[in-house]
Design a protein. Structure first.
Length: 283
């Protein structure tokens, strides 16, 4: 005879829709998504009202600005360029690192498990929702930049500092490819932040730890003395999306970066599930 209550189904506990609504009501979710909308607007206003600089050291950046104002596709590409190395990392780490640790810090994690929600299901639902909001944040940033950029600068071919102009239709497809690759690369940050979220009750520690480790990997990747060791660093192929802007497209590093990101993310998520299903929940 089963000890479970009549009608109890583990698969029906903590529905994904309920967790989506819970996270949507949180202030950090609203602020993070709001800033994804605000950033392209700030960049646009900076282009419109900012003064020019004659400093020779800023020539390279100035050329990127000139390119960014030559069309909506280029403006979206510029927004990706200025946000991919840090802002997106912070946002993804926030969604994935805060999701479990915040419940523990509030003392509500044990109550969720007492519903009872199976541990593996609770963790899976929280991971899925965190990844969903991370993807929404990325799409919000790029979509807003593409919209305001097109309204202000028009619909023109996608420019590049490393290749000839790309027709607008093909340029849009390449932009979508860049977004897709960034989403895959950010899985590493998501996995690391999620693992730290399981290991600690401090949400700030999980988020900050993931960001700091990503930055550390980027610093180590710049040290040429490390040789082939740099190839296995999670940030080594983080900018491989630039190959989509060349003619013809360079996809070798994209494939390597995708495989590496999936392997790292799977490892981190596996460790998170292994630890969470075995740890004592006291908070």
């Amino acid at each position: 005879m089963s000890a479970a209550a009549t009608g109890y189904r583990p698969s029906a506990t903590l529905p994904i829709g309920a967790e989506i609504r819970r996270q949507a009501a949180r202030r950090r979710t609203q602020l993070a998504l709001g800033f994804m909308v605000l950033l392209p607007l700030i960049v646009l206003l900076a282009f419109e009202f900012g003064g020019g600089e004659d400093d020779a050291e800023s020539d390279q950046f100035a050329s990127l600005v000139d390119l960014a104002t030559s069309g909506g596709l280029n403006f979206a590409l510029f927004s990706i360029f200025v946000s991919a190395s840090f802002l997106l990392v912070v946002v993804v780490a926030l969604f994935c690192g805060d999701t479990v640790a915040s419940e523990a810090s509030w003392g509500s994690l044990r109550y969720l498990l007492a519903v009872p929600v199976p541990r593996a299901r609770l963790l899976a639902v929280k991971l899925i929702v965190a990844l969903l909001y991370s993807l929404v944040a990325l799409l919000t940033l790029v979509g807003t930049a593409l919209l305001v950029g097109t309204v202000r600068y028009g619909w023109h071919p996608l420019g590049s500092t490393i290749a000839a102009e790309i027709p607008a239709g093909e340029g849009l497809l390449r932009l979508l490819g860049i977004v897709g690759y960034l989403a895959v690369v950010m899985l590493v940050v998501a996995g690391l932040a999620f693992l730290l979220s399981v290991l600690t009750d401090a949400a700030l520690g999980a988020v900050g730890g993931a960001v700091l480790l990503w930055i550390l990997s980027g610093i180590l990747d710049q040290i040429e003395a490390l040789g082939a060791i740099r190839n296995v660093l999670p940030t080594h192929y983080s900018e491989a999306w630039l190959g989509l802007l060349s003619t013809p497209m360079q996809t070798d590093d994209l494939v390597k970066g995708t495989i590496g990101a999936v392997c790292y993310a799977t490892l981190f998520w596996g460790l998170a599930f292994w630890r969470f299903t075995r740890k004592d929940i006291t908070s």
